[in-house]
Design a protein around this ligand. Structure first.
Ligand code: GTP
Length: 595
């Protein structure tokens, strides 16, 4: 019965305690014995556990009894990081309510605000929840005031909890039952369900996590995905749970569940698509569907050239799990054969690179990430480039368009000057500035490329870690940009080319080669490093020669020492790529991020 179902999400800034609270709610509903409870149950991927972040949205169906009435609580966990904001929006669209968790020792942050906007777009009932009240520095009154001020949310009714100790969690679950509206779908209408997550299971194949709005999904039913047009019959249905999924014959109106279709890839079941009955389809598609769009691109190359096919196989396998990765073969004069891969953002890229290395045992070189540029050529043609080295000759380029984001930044007043200076330096354009207590909420348009470079690190360091930041893409705008090339020992290293604002080309070029000089180890000969724009050399540095063989100092005698030194050198070399005669370490390809 829909009247007894509550679908809710938890939204919070990173580290405000979302996963800890999810664990506590699961425990409080008694669906996991205490001895099976491991910290952060909802974060199932190894990398999630190690980094303490939520990457894939997870959901769980729980049973709860209040005043003798049985309720089904569907807790829909959302990923916290900006890279995964599309998943956040789909998860929220599957709920009727959301717990807005704010850390009582910290207060409202940029991500809290960004997620609240998405929740409001979806007309969700928001329950303000102040967490970590067990800590001595907790200041719940101030935090509630901030929520009212920054978000305009009435906090008369709120919950104070400690997700860690469990204090106030039972009362919070009662509030969910009382205050989150129940689903109100049409049980007689044709099947209409939203795919809000999908992933690949080695045993079951592609799985879709869905929220059923109207009608129901039954075992054996022939379904159609309305955007991708794929049709398939339902092999099995399950209710989600981190430890014990339960099989069911039907996912009813208002419920969430896992649909097993026996598909071998995720292609057909894109997040955001509408599932309906193939013979009796619903009239309306659930709107807001967007195919996964990579924003950040980087070259990924095997260190050993004969591992190219292994890398292709590994990327293909990962793509089954994560349809937001894209890749195509690319060859670099410097790095040989590899792939240009697209990611949702920087964190996503790091996670994928780590998984390729760990799960597939590959040694990789990744080039510095870049955004996509749209180029209007002088002959009127429009092209899209994913690699700076693809930029046509200046004489053929009329305008370069670069992607922009709307950035939301929250910063204590005392650091405001620093942050505004940084934003100006990063070509930011101010839209709005509001005071919230002793902090300032900034709304800026910013070139996405500046964020890909090092914006976040700089923001953290100029504000002693007190600023928070979130962003969303807002489209392309023309920029006054040009390509900067780097030559090592006289050869252009295509993998080091970058696109920079024209008025910063000189200073960037100088800094870049200075950084490279520190990173490229001394060789047996002198190595020139040059920065150039077109055919003009704008800066030059030299790596002096060592002039001697390093093992020479172990004059014969100590064989073990000599071997150790050679092994150490070998290990060091693994992360190097020979460019001409020069060994260039992985760090050099990322050096541009640090200038
Ligand atoms: P992401 O999944 O990365 O978005 O973070 P999160 O919001 O899920 O935060 P998480 O649950 O990982 O908690 C962050 C840290 O705060 C962890 O070290 C928790 O142990 C701690 N924490 C969470 N809730 C409480 C609380 O009520 N009291 C105290 N003292 N610590 C808490």
């Amino acid at each position: 019965m829909q009247a007894n179902i509550r679908n809710f999400s938890i939204i919070a800034h990173i580290d405000h305690g979302k996963s800890t609270l999810a664990d506590r709610i699961i425990q409080e509903c008694g669906s996991v014995a205490d001895r099976d409870m491991s910290a952060q149950m909802m974060d199932t991927m190894d990398i999630e556990k190690e980094r303490g972040i939520t990457i894939k949205a997870q959901s769980v169906r729980l049973d709860y009894v209040k005043d003798g009435q049985h309720y089904v609580l569907n807790l829909i966990d959302t990923p916290g990081h900006v890279d995964f904001s599309y998943e956040v929006s789909r998860s929220l669209a599957s709920s009727e309510g959301a717990l807005l968790i704010v850390d009582s020792t910290q207060g409202v942050e940029a991500q809290t605000i960004a997620n609240v906007y998405i929740a409001m777009d979806n007309d969700l009932e928001l329950l303000p929840v102040v967490n970590k009240i067990d800590l001595p520095s907790a200041d719940p009154d101030r935090v509630l005031e901030e929520v009212e001020e920054a978000i305009g949310l009435d906090c008369t009714y709120h919950n104070l909890i400690s997700a860690k100790t469990g204090l106030g969690v039972r009362e919070l679950i009662d509030s969910i039952v009382d205050r989150v509206p129940c689903p109100k779908g049409d049980e007689e209408a044709p099947t209409k369900a939203l795919i809000y997550d999908s992933w690949f299971d080695n045993y079951l194949g592609a799985l879709a996590l869905v929220r059923v709005y109207d009608g129901s999904i039954k075992k054996g039913q022939m379904l159609r995905m309305m955007n991708t047009k794929v049709e398939h019959s339902v092999l099995n249905l399950m209710y989600p749970h981190p430890l014990k999924r339960q099989n069911t014959n039907e996912i009813k109106t208002g419920e969430i569940g896992i649909v097993v279709l026996g598909l071998k890839t995720l292609d057909g079941i894109a997040v955001g698509d509408t599932m309906t009955d193939a013979k009796n389809p619903t009239a309306e598609i659930i709107d807001g569907f967007e195919p996964a769009k990579p924003f950040v691109f980087a070259g990924i190359y095997p260190i050993e050239t004969d591992k190219f096919e292994d890398l292709r196989e590994a990327l293909t396998k990962l793509q089954l799990n994560d349809s937001s990765i894209s890749f195509e073969p690319e060859s670099s004069a410097a790095l040989g054969s590899g792939f240009r891969a697209g990611f949702l953002g920087m964190l996503h890229m790091e996670v994928i690179k780590e998984r390729l290395e760990r799960e597939f045992n590959l040694d990789l070189i990744a080039t510095a990430p870049t955004v996509i540029y749209e180029i209007e050529k002088t002959n009127g043609e429009m092209i899209v480039i994913r690699n700076p080295s693809e930029l046509p000759e200046p004489s053929q380029v009329k305008t370069i368009f670069e992607p922009y984001v709307k950035a939301t930044i929250l910063v204590p007043d005392e650091f405001l000057g620093n942050v505004i200076k940084l934003l100006n330096d990063k070509r930011g354009i101010q839209n709005k500035m509001d005071y919230i207590g002793a902090r300032v909420l900034l709304d800026y348009d910013l070139p996405m490329n500046e964020i890909v470079m090092d914006f976040y690190d700089k923001l953290k360091s100029t504000t002693k870690g007190y600023a928070s930041f979130d962003y969303e893409p807002i489209g392309f705008r023309p920029g006054v940009l040009q390509k900067l090339d780097i030559k090592v020992a006289g050869e252009v290293v295509d993998a080091l080319s970058i696109i920079v604002p024209e008025n910063k080309a000189l200073s960037k070029g100088r800094e870049f080669i200075k950084a490279l000089k520190e990173l490229i180890p001394r060789q047996l000969f002198e190595v020139a490093i040059q920065a150039s724009i077109g055919s003009n050399i704008i800066a030059r540095e030299t790596v002096k020669s060592t002039g001697k063989n390093v093992t020479a100092k172990c004059y014969g005698g100590d064989i073990t020492r000599k071997r150790k030194l050679l092994e150490k050198q070998k290990a060091g070399k693994k992360r190097m790529k020979a460019i001409g005669k020069v060994n260039v370490p992985q760090e050099a390809f990322m050096a541009v991020l640090k200038i």
